[in-house]
Design a protein around this ligand. Sequence first.
Ligand code: 13P
Ligand code: SF4
Length: 349
Amino acid sequence: SMTTAEMEERVREIKQLMGSRLFIPGHHYQKDEVIQFADAVGDSLQLAQVSAENKEAEYIVFCGVHFMAETADMLTSPEQTVILPDMRAGCSMADMADIFQTEKAWRKLTETFGDRILPLTYVNSTAAIKSFVGKYGGATVTSSNAHKMVEWALGEKERILFLPDQHLGRNTAADLGISLDDMAVFDPATNDLVYDGDSENIKVILWKGHCSVHENFTVKNIESVRKNHPDMQVIVHPECRRDVVEQSDYNGSTKYIIDMIERAPSGTSWAIGTEMNLVKRLIANHPDKHIISLNPYMCPCLTMNRIDLPHLLWALEHVMADDPVNVIRVEPSVTTEAVRALERMLIRA
Ligand code: 13P
Ligand code: SF4
């Protein structure tokens, strides 16, 4: 078996030999051992955009999770091959909105609300969910354009169904001034709305899904930072629960968090509520600032972490041999409507 140094050397060699025939996008939550070889590092919106713009790479070896690779496949041409170095790199949040449950929910919701409802989905969802949303005139959103997209959607229809992350949906709608009383949760387990009042008042219906990484940041964590580091500022991702976002000093997408830390003056202190690999990288890149994870145990996204150096090298060896493995191909029937949903976002992002 190869040493780490040998594997790194071979990845470098393959990248050199393949040149612009190969493109490696890497999400900010990926491990350093992978990120060091990324041709573009970004959040989910940026990676969707760079994939859409890349017309020359034959092989796109996507270092992220399954839904991101599906999006890259849908936004690139049929001649381009998208590869996910480990097929087990999924997203538990995306898996919380199953297309059959969603279609069933939609039948129920349209019985209640007629056509006065528009579906939106966080890009952290399967291609099938994006296609469902596209079919009914809705759009995708990411954490960096959610405000703009929810505002747009509520200008189109009286109410929205927001899939699959209840927290991003709730935090975004609350920021836009929508009362928590005008939001309901849709529970796919019971195929029903969780709501006390008159359903006619509901503006935002939140699918009952969440990110198991960002749900690990708690109000208790914030209280302990306030007590132990009174001068520390708390910044969290909007996939965190509402109470955590409310009690933080700042909240925003992955890119927003990175920009804030980069712009922060030397000597400032930060507790960050997002994925571990990114927090570790921010700590390493900013020795002049005091940075900790908001949850002292750190919160890795285990599925993101399945992409490692051995898997990357394995995928690249197959690309070199023009015998790709782990190819992500979304069916054309799904792609058509899903791309509509993505484009309704990309033209506004
Ligand atoms: P962003 O990259 O849009 O911030 O999303 C965070 C995330 O959880 C990606 O899976
Ligand atoms: Fe999914 Fe959360 Fe991991 Fe992002 S961090 S891939 S939303 S489980």
